[in-house]
Design a protein around this ligand. Structure first.
Ligand code: SAH
Ligand code: MG
Length: 218
């Protein structure tokens, strides 16, 4: 477990978190066996609540992996929604595509293949909800694009922003993670001081940041 929370807190919250659907449980087993870093159950619940409150129609995700978070989000969306999700790893893309087919959602969840740093500039649509869950050292770059694609009143959710607690304490930082940690610190300071936005950093899972874009941005 990570060092963001005491283990007993995480275990307790997990114990009271409802069971996921059969398909999500199978994906959780697959992720565990193959070391795929999918969102934790407690982060999944937060995202579900946010989606039910916010009712977005156009969702953008950076970091599809096997499609777990996209399928979890799909369960909490209503009406005429669509998810666009970006992934660069061909094996993950193949898995995700199978999983979307299996739930009959292949027409509503579109995968954009390739490195998000290259594919982002081609996106033109506005999104109501953007989930950042890819290379942590690249969040600042993703944010540059995400900000402009987010409609006023929209929300960006960024995962793993406390990175096992390392972001909050030099004592925890292992040498080879120094650059990523510094970049995440820069990202968190930036989103907390960004004009026209309001952010909150939550010590849930591996750390989650919420960034709301004001309605009346000039
Ligand atoms: N959101 C998923 C987990 C994503 S894991 C879930 O919770 O189910 C992170 C994924 O981001 C990995 O599959 C990795 O290949 C992908 N990734 C990392 N950096 C990327 C980039 N620059 N462009 C596209 N995909 C990226
Ligand atoms: Mg994550």
């Amino acid at each position: 477990m990570s060092s963001v929370n005491e283990d007993y807190i995480t275990s307790y919250i997990r114990d009271i978190t409802p069971e996921r659907t059969e398909q999500l449980k199978i994906l959780e087993d697959y992720a565990r066996e193959n070391n795929v870093p999918i969102i934790e159950p407690e982060v999944g619940q937060l995202i579900k609540v946010l989606l039910k409150l916010h009712k977005p129609r156009e969702i953008l995700e950076v970091g599809t992996a096997i499609g777990y978070s996209a399928l979890l989000m799909a369960e909490s969306l209503e009406g005429d929604w669509s998810i666009t999700t970006m992934e660069r790893n061909p094996q993950m893309i193949a898995r995700a595509r199978e999983n979307f087919m299996e739930s009959g959602l292949e027409d509503r969840i579109r995968i954009i293949e390739g490195d998000a740093r290259e594919t982002f500039p081609h996106l033109t649509k506005e999104y109501d909800f953007i989930f950042l869950d890819a290379a942590k050292g690249q969040y600042m770059e993703f944010l540059g694009y995400a900000k402009n694609l987010l409609r006023p009143g929209g929300l960006i959710v960024s995962d793993n922003v406390l990175y096992k607690g390392m972001v909050a304490s030099d004592d925890l930082v292992v040498r080879r993670k120094r650059t990523i940690v510094n970049r995440l610190r820069e990202f968190l300071e930036y989103i907390n001081n960004m004009q026209g936005y309001t952010s909150s950093v939550l010590p849930l899972g591996d750390g989650v940041a919420l960034t709301y874009k004001e309605e009346n941005l000039i």
